[in-house]
Write a protein that binds this ligand. Sequence first.
Ligand SMILES: *[C@@H]1O[C@H](CO)[C@@H](O)[C@H](O)[C@H]1NC(C)=O
Length: 286
Amino acid sequence: MASSASVSVLFLLVSSLMVAAHAGNFNQEFDITWGDGRGKMLNNGQLLTLSLDKASGSGFQSKNEYLFGKIDMQLKLVPGNSAGTVTAYYLSSKGSNWDEIDFEFLGNLSGDPYILHTNVFSQGKGNREQQFYLWFDPTADFHTYSILWNPQRIIFSVDGTPIREFKNSESIGVPFPKNQAMRIYSSLWNADDWATRGGLVKTDWSKAPFTASYRNFKADACVWSSGKSSCPSSSSSTTTSSWLSQQLDTTAQERLRWVQKNYMIYNYCTDAKRFPQGLPPECKAS
Ligand SMILES: *[C@@H]1O[C@H](CO)[C@@H](O)[C@H](O)[C@H]1NC(C)=O
């Protein structure tokens, strides 16, 4: 008995050491940038939480800048009555001609669906919104939200299922984000003037503080530092990672169509009223 007890103690010790060695560490990868203590790194950097109350929201950003990558994060969104709250999770460069790849989660009354809002900016121009409901309750547990960004395409995925693809359409004159390094940002803030049912439902501050949680950050990415990429140049492509040229295979394309058919609630590419001069050129291409 004594020996089996010590064996399991040893096993516990070894397995906890292994977990520590493999999990992404928020302390090493991110800085809490605002919110005056409302953003927290917990459990030795295994967990990060942002909170929002009437006085302020909070936010964090990556220490690294990236130029292309496959970036996964698990999020668990504000539970209960989250109306009026927005949890933004995105990549962005700097300056007036910035590039940006956005996930934004728009809260709702208890039991009513969150909206997952996506957008892509290139050289300061966005207006490329697509919005979705999710096929699960994003507040009940952690789910993985991924951005694959390579020179040919941007793919947004949820738990490995692609929900949106933005292809490089430079050949028809549409700028594509590929020359500006981006940081990862996230923030939890109040936008009850527009977020929930277009601003009809306001935040119930008696439910504050509102909290969103993050874990298991993983980046297979090219880190950009002092004007150089950590990835080998394309000429030495034998060592280039597969995500740098990854595209959707037929199964993934079917999954994407399933999401777009059943869960997409807004697509700028079908909003003819909004673009009286004609839909943006990339809409015809994809
Ligand atoms: C909130 O719930 C309402 C009612 O089901 C729905 O129309 C709306 O799209 C949901 N999401 C947001 C963010 O407003």
